[in-house]
Design a protein around this ligand. Structure first.
Ligand code: UGA
Length: 439
């Protein structure tokens, strides 16, 4: 099939490459000339395992262009995969989606199915259909379908090629049949529903996962108070298949481009209709407090941050990505800078992006050893494998005060018991083998 895709971010580009892998002929459209030149040269503008290899392998079937008219005019299916960032009031900014809708209306010369992959509030597909029909230049019929994306950054290609499910939301049979053909070679369960339900499935899925994280974080906070161990508690809960063992890792909260935005957008949408989503409101509140939990913990060891040398391990919102969006580092490092600390940071993928925001306020280190050397305290914000596999004895060898505040529970508490350190993590006993008086 001849497919065009608007937007070459995580959703658009990964979808394009995976559709090409399944023998469709795909044209990717982006307004950014620089990005398009990179992709034409076989270089992925985003850090995503396996993506570049697949781009190169399918280069005969994928084109990249800024010329949307050419791409859309005779496409059988046009996917919209542009961003829907958060607005100041928490609602989703749909201006990119709507401008693509107008461009589609002005370009198409034959009947086609427009598929909305971007995460959009419930009812947006109806609006997109209305915008397209209002701006159509040719006498053609357009069917709008919702087909939300469930990929995670870092495993995006695998999540798309081996999807947990493909959700198709349509109002006409013909649109459903076209999408069934698009996905006929994908080995995944396909469910067909109406458009509003499909839009809701996406928000409800993300918000439920965010709720699960905030729930386990609250239980972890209580475990610290009552001397229980969150690892064991989560493991014990996870045996129950109705609960499941995934997404029960406690820490300093969820970040990324999806959960923070999608919880706020659904909460906003509900309040627009005069309904308060109490569980989602609490999810958001818990997460905001959780992000600064390590800074609060640091007060147990130091009166203030002024003059301290702080080692920061991990800047990205999770491992396996260079993405900083809504990362706890972006909330904590400004507090450290304002508090007068000297910050040394390490991250295997996120440094270049972080440098764009803090070019000179942070010392960027190449290794974990260099980062923790002579530091007064160490904050772990991301559970990179390099951190998890780091020899715990090095902390006491290299740091001035080996105090480790672990926001991602990277080490087994039992393994830290023989190290000469203070090890303070989330929802677990604090190990204090290093003699220390508050400074
Ligand atoms: C998330 C969803 O997992 C995907 O299913 C969804 O398609 C995607 O959003 C999207 O809407 O596009 P992603 O944002 O890439 O994917 O990242 P996750 O792996 O879900 O992690 C999100 C955040 O939750 C991270 O900060 C992570 O550290 C945190 N997290 C995750 C926890 O704190 N605990 C957990 O147990 C799991």
């Amino acid at each position: 099939m001849k497919i065009a895709i608007a937007g070459t971010g995580y959703v658009g580009l990964v979808t394009a490459v995976c559709l090409a892998e399944h023998k469709h002929s795909v044209t990717c459209v982006d307004i950014d000339e620089e990005k398009v030149s990179l992709m034409k040269a076989g270089i992925s503008p985003i850090f995503e395992p396996g993506l570049e290899e697949l781009m190169v392998r399918n280069k005969e079937s994928i084109e990249f262009t800024t010329n949307y008219k050419e791409a859309y005019k005779d496409a059988d299916v046009i996917f919209i995969g542009v961003g829907t960032p958060e607005k100041k009031d928490g609602s989703a900014n749909l201006s990119y989606v709507y401008s693509v809708a107008i461009q589609i209306a002005e370009s198409i010369e034959k009947d086609c199915v427009v598929v909305v992959k971007s995460t959009v509030p419930i009812g947006t597909n109806d609006k997109i259909e209305a915008i397209i029909n209002k701006n159509l230049v040719s006498d053609v019929k357009v069917y709008v379908a919702s087909n939300p994306e469930f990929l995670s950054q870092g495993t995006a290609v695998r999540d798309t090629l081996h999807a947990s499910r493909i959700v198709i939301g349509v109002e006409e049979e013909i649109a459903g049949n076209t999408l069934m053909k698009v996905y006929q070679d994908f080995n995944a369960p396909i469910m067909v529903t109406n458009r509003r339900s499909a839009e809701m499935i996406k928000y409800a899925s993300n918000d439920f996962l965010a709720l699960k994280i905030s729930f386990i974080n609250e239980i972890a906070n209580l475990c610290e108070i009552i001397d229980a161990d969150i690892d064991d508690v989560a493991r014990g809960m996870g045996y129950d298949s109705r609960i499941g063992s995934k997404f029960l890792n406690s820490g300093i909260g969820y970040g990324g481009s999806c959960f923070p935005k999608d919880t706020k957008a659904l909460h906003w949408l509900a309040s627009f209709y005069d309904y308060e989503l109490k569980t989602i409101k609490a999810t958001i509140e818990v997460n905001e407090n959780q992000k600064i939990k390590l800074i609060k913990k640091s007060r147990k060891y130091f009166d203030g941050l002024n003059g301290l040398t702080i080692a920061v391990l991990g800047l990205t919102f999770k491992p396996g990505t260079d993405d900083l969006r809504e990362a706890p580092s972006l909330v904590n490092i400004p507090i450290m800078i304002e508090g007068g600390a000297n910050i040394k940071a390490w991250d295997p993928a996120g440094v270049n992006n972080f440098k764009k925001i803090y070019p000179s306020e942070v010392i960027y280190c190449e290794t974990i050893e260099e980062t923790i050397e002579d530091a007064d305290i160490c904050f772990i914000f991301t559970e990179w494998d390099e951190v998890k596999n780091f020899d715990i004895n090095n902390y006491s060898k290299l740091m001035k005060h080996p105090i480790i505040l672990d926001g991602r529970n990277c080490y087994d508490v039992n393994h830290t018991k023989n190290a000469n350190i203070v090890y303070d993590s989330i929802g677990r006993a604090t190990i204090k083998n290093y003699e220390f008086a508050i400074v």
